[in-house]
Design a protein around this ligand. Structure first.
Ligand SMILES: *Cc1c(COP(=O)(O)O)cnc(C)c1O
Length: 404
């Protein structure tokens, strides 16, 4: 055994190799609420193009007021897990409202979507069962699947022929139950999963279809219900996707919290057996009250959703007109392709100097040679702000020789 003091030296060495590989993540300190414009600790104002604040609700007056109201009426925290003494009327109301919004029987709250995914598979699936997962699924899905005893199969990203091969193999090998799991929208590309085709394949092979809607709930589909609505899988208000996980930490207000929505026996069993639910604290009342107010807003009008999509169309058109290549699509995640990791970092740094906050992503977060700046639009941006951002992109792009 090595000296315990060497442990710290070993950690320092690992940190140093992250720095040398250019993989060390620096956190930028903001001193304003989350919004389309933010101020950094050094007093600069930035146009913010990298928050998941899709509907601009992170600092919305009605949301803040609802959080205050719940804080006053229901207190700061519950000091308990749900099943001991941590369930308030507010929690039950939010679960019912989420289920209605998404078209499922019921829903269950978690401290985070990471926990919703982490605690989903193990209670539901045993070793006779199979989970078939898109190879680019979110880390929390990968971890959740690792924790369960079911056989794990992967299909190539967004490849329906490969998914069908995996389904056939699961059937041939005598799987009891199969569950296909995908991100509804993939966060690095803004790719929307082909849920309509996936539903058909799952029906053909007797599999369940489950999705993670962190980048969809609140704004995908005609009334913002999610990718299932976008693909015609919300029929008479009922979801044709079996299980939906999602977050309160992105479009739905941006605080924190997650949920799983689905058939009654699924939710009932998760309440009995899902470890992150059983062994982690109740969601704080201000978040729960504010989330109910968010659903009130979204069910009463599509104004925010419509503004988000208008901003998305505007930005996608303008950045292309400026000469940049973007991944095609219509999602508010807009990957601006740079390919070269060093140039992507330089572009992001130069944009920051020009007052635009947009982060570069490169290997291993995206495949080798696929470096990009990922922009995320918000309903809270306005077109003039976006035009200023595009002008900064154009200037930086010319300076770096990316644009001719
Ligand atoms: C952000 C994200 C999560 C985690 O959500 P939290 O509520 O922040 O834990 C899970 N899945 C996907 C696809 C995400 O993008």
């Amino acid at each position: 055994m090595r000296e315990p003091t060497e442990f710290l030296a070993d950690l320092e060495a690992r940190l140093q190799s992250l720095r040398e590989a250019g993989l060390f993540k620096q956190e930028r300190v903001l001193c304003t609420p989350q919004g389309p414009l933010v101020h950094t600790a050094d007093g600069r104002e930035l146009i913010n193009l990298c928050a998941n604040n899709y509907l601009g609700l992170s600092a919305h007056p009605q949301v803040i007021e609802a959080a205050h109201a719940a804080l006053r009426s229901h207190g700061y925290g519950l000091s308990s897990v749900r099943f001991i003494c941590g369930t308030q009327d507010l929690h039950k109301r939010l679960e019912q409202r989420l289920a209605r919004f998404l078209g499922t029987d019921d829903a269950i709250l978690y401290a985070a979507a990471f926990d919703a995914n982490g605690g989903l598979f193990e209670p539901l699936l045993g070793e006779e069962d199979v989970v078939i997962s898109d190879e680019l699924n979110h880390a929390s899905i990968i971890d959740g699947i690792r924790l369960c005893k079911a056989r794990r199969m992967r299909y190539r990203h967004d490849d329906m022929a490969d998914l069908e091969r995996q389904l056939q193999q699961a059937q041939a090998e005598g799987a009891r139950f199969s569950m296909v799991f995908t991100d509804g929208v993939f966060s690095m590309d803004g790719t929307v999963a082909r849920l309509d085709e996936m539903r058909t394949l799952c029906d053909r092979h007797g599999a369940w279809l489950a999705i993670d809607e962190c980048h969809a709930t609140g704004f995908m589909g005609a009334t913002g219900r999610g990718t299932h609505q976008h693909h015609g899988l919300l029929v008479d208000g009922r979801s044709r996707v079996d299980i939906i996980t999602g977050t309160l930490g992105k479009a739905l207000g941006g605080a924190s919290g997650g949920f799983t929505a689905g058939p009654q026996p699924v939710i009932d069993l998760l309440r009995q057996r899902s470890r992150p639910y059983l062994f982690s604290n109740t969601l704080a009342p201000p978040i729960v009250g504010a989330s109910i107010a968010v659903l009130d807003l979204l069910e009463s009008s599509t104004t925010l959703r419509d503004a988000l999509h208008a901003n998305t169309r505007h930005f996608r058109q303008a950045i292309r007109a400026a000469g940049f290549e973007i991944k095609p699509g219509d999602h508010p995640i807009v990957p601006i392709m740079v390919y070269d990791a060093v140039i992507a970092q330089r572009l992001s740094a130069r944009l920051l100097e020009l007052g635009v906050y947009a982060v570069g992503f490169f290997y291993p977060v995206v495949p080798q040679g696929q470096a990009r700046i990922r922009v995320q639009l918000s309903a809270a941006h306005d077109p003039a702000m976006l035009d200023r951002a595009v002008a900064a992109f154009a200037q930086a792009g010319h300076e770096l020789g990316l644009l001719k």
